[in-house]
Ligand binder design. Sequence first.
Ligand code: FAD
Length: 518
Amino acid sequence: MHFLRNLIILFLICIAIKINLCVPTIPSSLKTLPIDGHFDFKQVHHAAKDFGNRYSFLPSAVLHPKSASDIATTVKHIWEMGPGSHLTVAARGHGHSLQGQAQAHRGVVINMESLQGPKMKVHTGNFPYVDVSGSELWINILHETLKHGLAPKSWTDYLHLTVGGTLSNAGISGQAFRHGPQISNVHQLEVVTGKGEVVNCSEKQNSDLFYSVLGGLGQFGIITQARISLEPAPKMVKWIRVLYTDFATFAKDQEMLISGESTFDYIEGFVIINRTGLVNNWRSSFNSNDSAQASHFKSDGRTLFCLELAKYFNPEEMAIVNQEIMTSLSQLNHIPSTLFQSQVPYIEFLDRVHISEIKLRSKGLWEVPHPWLNLLIPRSNIHIFAQQVFGNILTNTSNGPILIYPVNKSKWDNRTSVVLPEEDVFYLVAFLSSAAPSSTGSDGLEHILNQNKRILELCQIDGLAVKQYLPHYSTNGEWRSHFGPQWEAFVHRKSTYDPLAILAPGQRIFQKAAPLSL
Ligand code: FAD
């Protein structure tokens, strides 16, 4: 038994160091599988695209499943072909990956959006939750749960992403400081493993699989159902922005706010470098009722740090909420004349990025290359990082927003697969750049990629103990170093749930069918 396990682990490690044995071919047997959905062998180009717009690997087939059983039948069939087949399977949620993570070079892409699981079901009561398909978009969950006066607790900034896609990473936004990421707010999953088994898992049942899959980069199973924790939904949101010129003061205030229980419901922040306007790109959806004083504030090209806060409320609580906000704001040390406030319906606040998506799409600026870089930085190193990067490596923020906000590690579960910095508080710093197609200037892809490289080199040279979020690497050594002491456990989990490395080949951790170099 031990010998067999060791053999499988050795096999996985061989795959991980990219011994590319042979070119996969799609067997005709797929065509005769007893499924309710169907395979498409011709219209496959869509599955070779993603939001990142930089990587394109053509699959040999796209499965449009109708049920979890269609997915299980397909994966089981490939599993039964054994290691010789080299066929891989990628679940594609909404295709909002950045570097081909939901693609499968000459493999099978599962178009999760055609999955027709049981209807979304909201359970009310003291501990409300909703049962959803792994292919469900978060925006649809919001609409459905609001009918019951409820909503999930933890979000991403953009809601047109699938449950399976964000739970495979973490799902982080301004609520994470209090509720943890989305992977901290899941009770139960139904998963199709790399052997084609359909398994229910939770903290109590098949718990190792449950925690493997959460933050597992799609490596251990395809999420077909999830049970998500809910809370009473507010009707309205007070949406506030204040500005700082000094990073240390900004970070101190952010950290003070995330350590308090009754401050705000959402805490984020962003950096503004060398801009005459105060906001850019999709964060311009903020429509503030600026005071006369604030609208006269001029950034004059200085580097500014914008603290973004939200407080949920119902109209009848308005007076008390205003009082609470005043008390919380009085403890901050922002530039006094830069208090921007707005009041919007809860749904509008949560779906704010979509408003900008519509605008960008209309100008043809949504489907451009997105060389994003997301980093998790320990609190003790955030000052040196900020000093070296903002205004130094980066001399403007005209290519897209840079988000920066701290979260509490205590709200994350260390049994999941996600890789985090070691400290109790760490910052998410997200460089969300858009590249101008075919530009060779400072808004071009090459320039932005070079900046990203310099930022990563700085982290390496200065030993900042940074971890990538939505990680992307091209060598086995880089993946090992990303996982650090968690690497062995990750490989072990892989050998248990997907021993032939069939799933999520686009992550390029255990590569079977992707080309050796890009
Ligand atoms: P896909 O890109 O389709 O898939 C992502 C990975 O998950 C792939 O490896 C895929 O194989 C796997 N996968 C997909 N479905 C399943 C499934 N059902 N079971 C198992 N594995 C599966 N992230 C945040 O945390 N916070 C944010 O605020 C945030 N904002 C974003 C804003 C925008 C505009 C965009 C484009 C992305 C944002 N993201 C954010 C990142 C986002 O969470 C990831 O890109 C996510 O992977 C996209 O989800 P998707 O449903 O499109 O997944």
